[in-house]
Design a protein around this ligand. Structure first.
Ligand SMILES: Cc1cc2nc3c(=O)[nH]c(=O)nc-3n(C[C@H](O)[C@H](O)[C@H](O)COP(=O)(O)OP(=O)(O)OC[C@H]3O[C@@H](n4cnc5c(N)ncnc54)[C@H](O)[C@@H]3O)c2cc1C
Length: 304
C-alpha cells in the first residue's frame, strides 16, 4: 500500500505554508508520524498525495526560556522534553506526562505538537498543557495568532487546525514561580501501549504561608469530548487548607461533576469514576508538596 507519493522537508514556516497551499488539500502535515501513519495505514484517513514534515523548521524545534515563560516548538519530541532540567523543575507535570507516552522509540520521534494536533481528550502531553494554561501559536487560514490551548479543541480528534493547510507552531507555558508546583499521574493497563485509561494533571499556587491552595488548575482526561479543566473540582479546592479534608472535598466534587464514559478498549465509566478519586488523591498532595518545598523531581518517567 502506498501511503504517500511525495515527502517534503521544508526548512521554514513560509516554505511549509507554500507547499500546503500548492497541494490544495491533498497534502498533510507530519511530525513524528506515530499517530498519522497508523491512521493512514488503518484506513482512518485517506492516503495524502504528499506529506509535509515540519521537523526541520527551526522555529518548530526550538525550546527556549523567555523570562518566566517557556516557549516550546510544536516539533519538539517527548524525549527532549523529558530530558530538560528547566521543564522538570518548573513545569514538572509536562515531563511526567511526556515521559509516559508510549515507549522510548515513540518518545524519540513523537512530538508535543502532534499530541495536541491529534486532539484526543486522553493525550498525555495535552492534559498537562491544559493544566499549565499553555497558549498555542497557530497559523489558521493563513493568519498567525496566539490562543489559549483550550480554544484549539472542538471535538474528539478535532481541532481548529485543518491539517491539510494549518500549522501549530509553538506553545508558551508559564514557568512555576515561588509557591507554585504541578504533578501528573495516569492509570494505564500494564500491557497498554497507547492512550491511558485516565490521566490527571494539576497545577497549584499556595498562599505565602504555604497553608492554603490559593489557586488551582486541574485537567482530567478522557472525561469530556475535548481536553478540559475540572472546574468544579478546582472550585472545591481553591482557598481551602492543604489537608486531607480538602482532598476529600475535591473527590466529592469529582463524583458529582465529572462523568467519564465507557470505552470498550480501555475501561468502564464506573472504573474510570473510581480512578478519578485515586488520581486526585495522588496528584493534589504531590503538587502541593512541590509548591511548598520548591523541589520537584519528576516521578514515573520512562517506567511504562
Ligand atoms: C505505540 C504507541 C504508543 C503511544 N502511546 C501514547 C501514550 O501513552 N500517550 C499519548 O498521549 N499518546 C500516545 N501515542 C500517540 C502518539 O505517539 C502521540 O500523540 C504523539 O505525541 C504524536 O506526535 P507525532 O509527532 O508522532 O504526530 P504525527 O503522527 O506526526 O501527527 C499527528 C496529527 O497531528 C498533525 N500535526 C502534527 N504536527 C502538526 C503541526 N505542527 N501542525 C499542524 N498539525 C500537526 C498531523 O497532521 C496529524 O493529524 C502512542 C502512539 C503509538 C504508536
Amino acid at each position: 500500500m502506498t501511503l504517500w507519493t511525495h515527502y517534503h522537508t521544508p526548512s521554514s514556516l513560509a516554505e511549509a505554508q507554500a507547499l500546503l497551499q500548492s497541494y490544495a488539500g491533498r497534502a498533510r502535515v507530519i511530525a513524528g508520524g506515530t499517530d498519522l501513519l497508523l491512521d493512514i495505514r488503518h484506513g482512518h484517513l485517506p492516503p495524502p498525495e504528499a506529506l509535509i514534515d515540519i521537523t526541520k523548521i527551526p522555529e518548530m524545534c526550538s525550546l527556549v526560556q523567555d523570562g518566566d515563560e517557556l516557549v516550546i516548538g510544536a516539533g519538539v519530541t517527548h524525549t527532549r522534553i523529558v530530558t530538560d532540567a528547566l521543564i522538570a523543575a518548573r513545569a514538572t507535570c509536562l515531563v511526567e506526562s511526556c515521559g509516559v507516552v508510549g515507549g522510548p522509540q515513540v518518545r524519540n520521534v513523537g512530538t508535543l505538537g502532534g499530541n495536541v494536533a491529534h486532539a484526543l481528550p486522553a493525550g498525555d502531553g495535552t492534559t498537562s498543557l491544559v493544566a499549565l494554561d499553555a497558549w498555542a501559536d497557530v497559523i489558521v487560514q493563513g493568519e498567525r495568532r496566539w490562543l489559549p490551548i483550550r480554544e484549539l479543541f472542538v471535538g474528539p480528534g478535532q481541532s481548529l487546525l485543518d491539517p491539510t493547510s494549518d500549522l501549530l507552531v509553538r506553545f508558551r507555558i508559564p514557568l512555576a514561580q515561588e509557591h507554585e508546583g504541578s504533578a501528573f499521574k495516569r492509570i494505564m493497563r500494564p500491557q497498554g501501549v497507547a492512550l491511558p485509561i485516565l490521566g490527571c494533571a494539576a497545577w497549584v499556587r499556595l498562599d505565602p504561608s504555604g497553608e492554603r491552595y490559593e489557586d488551582i488548575r486541574i485537567c482530567i482526561g478522557p472525561v469530556d469530548r475535548v481536553p478540559a479543566r475540572a472546574e468544579q473540582v478546582e472550585a472545591a479546592v481553591r482557598g481551602q487548607p492543604i489537608d486531607p479534608a480538602t482532598v476529600d472535598a475535591a473527590v466529592a466534587a469529582g463524583r458529582t461533576s465529572l462523568s467519564p464514559r465507557t470505552s470498550k478498549y480501555r475501561a468502564t465509566a464506573g472504573y474510570r469514576q473510581e480512578m478519578i478519586d485515586v488520581l486526585l488523591r495522588r496528584v493534589l498532595p504531590l503538587a502541593a508538596e512541590r509548591a511548598r518545598s520548591g523541589q520537584a523531581v519528576p516521578e514515573g518517567v520512562g517506567m511504562e
